[in-house]
Design a protein around this ligand. Structure first.
Ligand SMILES: Nc1ncnc2c1ncn2[C@@H]1O[C@H](COP(=O)(O)OP(=O)(O)OP(=O)(O)O)[C@@H](O)[C@H]1O
Length: 282
């Protein structure tokens, strides 16, 4: 089945996130200078500007762009870490795909975060409680989704840690004692605890040594292959995007400047900025 015939798992339309109040000048998008996200009159930053895209079951969508292009703001909006300024997002497996999740109550947003989406942050200190044990971090997520059977929680935590190759002998140890790569693997297992159909990954290999990075990327590919979890992978590194992503959206200054199949974008980048990114990879 082609994407045209499938219903997207996640549909995002006209997502906008601004930092600042905006003014009568910058609220007209055509007034912002081309490829600049800062209003010259009031200083408001338009971190995400009118972004629309779909995510399909089992695919990995890459979001690539230089620092400040709005990639993190985008996934933080989707995971309700920050509020959106405008736009809609619907999930096909939530209320028949008819409800704009950005307008849901805090309680419903918690439900979506606990059951329908997982998030892995660049900084493991954001995604993990460093004073809890690794198993405790996963238990927290399971309890938030309504699991209270201690035996079930312990078994699931052990299975998840085993899956990401954390020795079970370290299950009771706090992740602050772990290496960066291990912390990211605990974060991934925590994000997967309730088998969410969508996983958001924000620069998860940035700052790791190349060999450690390769191991985390292999793990992400294995998870996608085994469970068909749909993922949004945010990275400034086109090498990571090339390795993981079926389709890619290129962002600059809050806008989508190019989107399509990753292979096509790499082989035939249309926008000058994408050409620059691709050439830096060669
Ligand atoms: N809390 C904030 N207040 C004001 N501006 C912000 C805030 N957070 C982000 N921005 C601005 O929004 C824009 C997008 O930032 P964002 O962090 O989403 O970009 P990014 O592509 O993820 O970059 P990086 O990878 O460096 O985090 C930038 O211009 C940034 O300065």
């Amino acid at each position: 089945m082609t994407h045209n015939e499938m219903r997207p798992l996640l549909s995002v339309r006209h997502l906008t996130k601004r930092f600042g109040k905006g003014c009568s000048f910058c609220r007209q998008p055509e007034n912002l200078p081309p490829l600049n996200n800062r209003c010259p009159r009031c200083g408001t930053v338009w971190a995400c500007n009118d972004l629309s895209f779909d995510l399909y079951e089992g695919e990995i969508l890459g979001i690539v762009g230089e620092s400040g292009s709005g990639k993190s703001s985008l996934v933080q909006c989707l995971y309700f870490d920050t509020s959106v300024t405008g736009g809609t997002a619907t999930l096909s497996n939530y209320q028949d795909g008819e409800t704009n999740i950005f307008l849901e109550s805090p309680q419903q947003k918690r439900y979506i975060r606990n059951h329908l989406m997982g998030m892995v942050y660049q900084n493991p200190w954001t995604g993990l409680k460093m004073n809890f044990s690794s198993g405790g971090n996963i238990a927290e997520k399971l309890i938030a989704a309504g699991h209270f059977n201690v035996h079930h929680i312990q078994k699931r935590a052990a299975d998840l840690l085993d899956h990401v190759e954390i020795p079970l002998s370290r299950m009771n140890e706090a992740p602050r004692n772990f290496s960066g790569g291990m912390q990211q693997r605990v974060q991934i297992s925590k994000a997967l605890a309730n088998r969410p159909p969508i996983l958001l990954l924000d620069e998860v290999t940035t700052g790791l040594d190349l060999s450690v990075q390769a191991r985390v990327l292999d793990l992400i590919r294995r998870i996608q292959h085994e469970s068909r979890t749909a993922m949004i992978v945010v990275s400034h590194d086109l090498g990571v995007i090339r390795m993981l992503c079926d389709r890619t959206m290129v962002m600059k200054q809050g806008r989508c400047i190019e989107a399509g199949l990753t292979d096509q974008i790499l082989e035939d980048p249309h926008h000058a900025y994408t050409q620059l990114l691709v050439h830096s990879l060669l």
